[in-house]
Design a protein around this ligand. Structure first.
Ligand SMILES: NC(=O)c1ccc[n+]([C@@H]2O[C@H](COP(=O)([O-])OP(=O)(O)OC[C@H]3O[C@@H](n4cnc5c(N)ncnc54)[C@H](OP(=O)(O)O)[C@@H]3O)[C@@H](O)[C@H]2O)c1
Length: 329
């Protein structure tokens, strides 16, 4: 697997703007070194795309311990090879690939166990979650009875962040970060219909169902990140929208109806590469001034949580539901 990096050639004024906006964090990161700081970064969904690029960015900074999680062993091994090549301290860096699936609650708990073990006594300084459960416009139930894409995109992020927080698996001042669409709202979302089966039964078109699933994911992620921030102020729980990032397996044909064409144009006009984008989350975690902001758009402008997530009753009901899915330790 080739080591990726650098800015791609400028194709449009929009890309010029993107390049300019990532330039400042990139410059700031040039002054950052994690060498000798004994930091542990764990990247879930780190075998591909944005997650792998974030791992590469941490390796370049001299992060001494990087754990990546995913299903694909061959891709995991290739990413670890890249990380060693990119590290300024290749003989000292500790790298580990943890294999696992995040499709149901049992495997999610196993993932939390394995990640805690891999991080060891020192604890996790940076937990970044990039696992992808793209909406499918339909419902494919997992063994828990939840839509599998939703389980990967949302339930697994809650499970891992919640369990690792509860178990004290984080180092002092740790940061948790989710990369996924942020700030949308599925008004009227019921926590008793998180898979949206009742909505699908009304005969929604595939385009509408896809859009509702996307808004649902954003609402759920915003809501539990906000709760985590309120309940555990000693840590920082970030939720960032990546915008349009041309990951290796990004396929416009997976989007229904007109969305496919909108995404196709968007990619060409404002799309970035995983390595271009990765600079922003890593800058936020390691170099940006510490502020109260926890939610950001794809240009790292602070944003707000979506309307559904602003309602404390929704957040409370969701929290109870998600804790019930995770089960007791
Ligand atoms: N790219 C974009 O433009 C964009 C836009 C909006 C939101 N996002 C969100 O940003 C996140 C990262 O996107 P990306 O483009 O980097 O995705 P990607 O390139 O497809 O990578 C997804 C990662 O998730 C892992 N994964 C998928 N299913 C899994 C499962 N069942 N269990 C464990 N790991 C699993 C994959 O690893 P294995 O295959 O090895 O399991 C891979 O490392 C996703 O949540 C995506 O929805 C991306």
């Amino acid at each position: 697997m080739a080591v990726q990096g650098g800015l791609r050639s400028v194709k449009s004024p929009f890309v010029t703007i993107t390049v300019f906006l990532t330039h400042l964090p990139q410059k700031a990161l040039q002054k950052v070194s994690l060498i000798g700081k004994h930091k542990t970064a764990v990247i879930v969904g780190g075998t591909l795309g944005i997650g792998a690029a974030i791992a590469r960015c941490f390796a370049k900074l001299g992060c001494s311990r990087i754990v990546i999680f995913g299903r694909n062993e061959a891709r995991g091994a290739a990413v670890l090879e890249d990380l060693r090549l990119l590290s300024p301290t290749p003989t000292d860096i500790k790298l580990e690939f943890v294999k696992g699936d995040l499709s149901d609650s049992h495997s999610m708990r196993a993932a939390a166990d394995a990640l805690q073990k891999a991080a060891g006594e020192a604890g996790i300084d940076y937990l970044i979650m990039c696992q992808k459960g793209l909406p499918t416009a339909t419902i494919n139930e997992n063994v828990d009875g939840y839509d599998t894409a939703f389980a990967i995109q949302c339930i697994s992020r809650f499970t891992i962040a919640y369990l690792l927080t509860k178990r004290g698996a984080f180092a002092s001042g740790a940061s948790v970060m989710s990369i996924a669409a942020q700030g949308q709202s599925l008004d009227g979302l019921s926590v008793d219909d998180l898979s949206l089966a009742r909505r699908l039964a009304t005969g929604l078109s595939s385009t509408t169902m896809f859009l509702e699933q996307s808004k649902r994911d954003s609402s759920v992620l915003d809501a539990f990140h906000e709760e985590l921030n309120i309940r555990h102020p000693q840590y920082r729980y970030f939720h960032l929208s990546p915008g349009l990032v041309s990951s290796e397996q990004f396929d416009v044909n997976k989007f229904p109806g007109f969305i496919k064409y909108a995404v196709w144009f968007g990619q060409r006009l404002i799309g970035t590469t995983p390595d271009q984008y990765a600079v922003l989350p890593v800058y936020l975690l390691t170099a940006a001034p510490v502020t109260a902001d926890r939610y950001f758009d794809s240009k790292l402008n602070p944003t707000r949580i979506g309307k559904w997530a602003t309602d404390a009753r929704n957040r409370e009901a969701l929290w109870e539901k998600l804790v019930g899915i995770v089960g007791n330790d």
